[in-house]
Design a protein around this ligand. Structure first.
Ligand code: NAD
Length: 361
């Protein structure tokens, strides 16, 4: 079986970390019937420099034609003064919209070897394994109308900013199904996070989640208000299996959950559309402060490559081999600078890639 992967290294540490993930993908598929063809493209600041736009037409065409996309990260201080539509982040929004990536999957897993990196007590986080499913193309980030306008209040003209939150039943149902399908492969628990005591969008969200749950009798569905969810994530995060929530709440909660693991360089993500295509990227940014130094942690990108094999190519077996190789490397005490304690052996980005490839064999 031949599959095409579009590789978009992007900016900052992007090229260094995607290079290691590609090496791991090549190594894990060697000798299997899965034949990967890698095509390289540009996005973000790198695309602005090469083609004058952060998401050029040529990248869009290649993304729509690919079976999956592996992305490094975009952004950097040298682009901060560009007009908003030309900023690197627009490349990311552009590719998400073009591919219709409505489901963002962010696992927050604490590797036992890294329990001391968390800001929470080891007994609170040891064994943590949560999957946050965030709706990515709806809600207040995309709602119309939006803008800044002048308004009369008590005879005074004031400017007011406004955004609107919309969700229709189809949008809620399809993200609900992603969450329940994922829960079926895990511990069969879904916690739907909303603000149904205040928001009508949440009232509908809750109603549709209950409807979807009827097709998954084995999965336990609970509901939680978002303010409580933020509290519970810090109080006792291991109560959760899969959390599903709308765009804005998911943006905040997934960052909060990722920090429970104490190591941003370890966390992968997948964004999926309804055709089984996906975009896979680390949860962190382009880390311009350490770019080009060969010290970035490539594990989040390597683990994103594992998600790619699992979710886009149905090869959970190969994904598990990568995840187990990462665990072996951590057992060996190898650490990049971001997760290194005095007892560990500090390695470079390339040495970490070497070690994962060696552990695969
Ligand atoms: P960041 O995640 O890039 O970096 C935050 C801190 O974590 C930095 O100290 C960095 O050195 C460190 N870090 C991040 N990834 C690391 C890794 N793999 N190994 C070791 N250390 C790592 O966040 P930021 O500093 O807020 O943003 C920098 C740039 O990245 C900005 O331009 C921002 O817009 C962009 N950004 C891009 C994405 C994306 O492409 N998805 C996401 C977030 C931020």
């Amino acid at each position: 079986m031949q599959k095409n992967i579009l590789v978009l290294p992007g900016d900052g540490i992007g090229p260094e970390i995607t290079e290691q993930a590609v090496r791991v993908l090549k190594a894990v598929t060697q000798g299997t019937d899965l034949n990967l063809n890698f095509i390289e493209g540009v996005i973000g600041g790198a695309a602005y420099e090469a083609a004058g736009h952060p998401f050029p037409e040529v990248t869009k065409t290649a993304a729509l034609a690919a079976d999956a996309v592996l992305l490094g990260a975009v952004g950097g201080p040298q682009y901060d003064n560009l007009d908003r539509p030309l900023r690197p982040e627009r490349g990311l929004l552009g590719i998400r919209a073009a591919m219709g990536l409505f489901a963002n999957l962010r696992p927050a897993i604490l590797y036992p070897q890294l329990a001391d990196s968390s800001s929470l007590k080891p007994e609170v986080v040891a064994g943590l394994d949560i999957l946050i499913v965030r709706e990515l193309t709806g809600g207040v980030y995309f709602g119309q109308p939006r803008g800044i306008r002048e308004t009369e209040i008590h005879g005074q003209t004031l400017r007011e900013g406004f955004n609107t939150m919309h969700y229709n039943e189809m949008e809620i149902e399809r993200i609900g199904r992603v969450a329940f399908d994922a829960a079926m492969k895990r511990n069969k628990k879904v916690c739907s996070v909303d603000k149904a005591n205040v928001l009508e969008t949440s009232e509908l969200w809750r109603e549709v989640m209950i409807r979807v749950s009827r097709d998954y009798p084995e999965v336990e569905l609970t509901h939680m208000y978002v303010d409580n969810a933020a509290m519970q994530l810090v109080r006792w995060p291991k109560q959760f299996d899969v959390m599903v929530t709308e765009n804005l709440f998911g943006d905040i909660l997934s960052d909060q959950a990722s920090m429970l693991t104490g190591s941003i360089g370890m966390l992968p993500s997948a964004s999926l559309n309804d055709k089984g295509q996906g975009l896979y990227e680390p949860s962190h940014g382009s880390a311009p402060d350490i770019a080009g130094q060969g010290i970035a942690n490539p594990l989040a990108t390597i683990l994103s490559a594992a998600m790619l094999l699992r979710y886009s190519f149905g090869r959970g077996d190969l994904a598990a081999r990568i995840e187990s190789a990462v665990s072996t490397v951590l057992d060996q005490g190898l650490r990049t600078a971001d997760i290194c304690t005095p007892q560990d052996r500090k390695v470079s980005t390339i040495e970490m890639g070497d070690a994962v490839v060696a552990a695969l064999n």
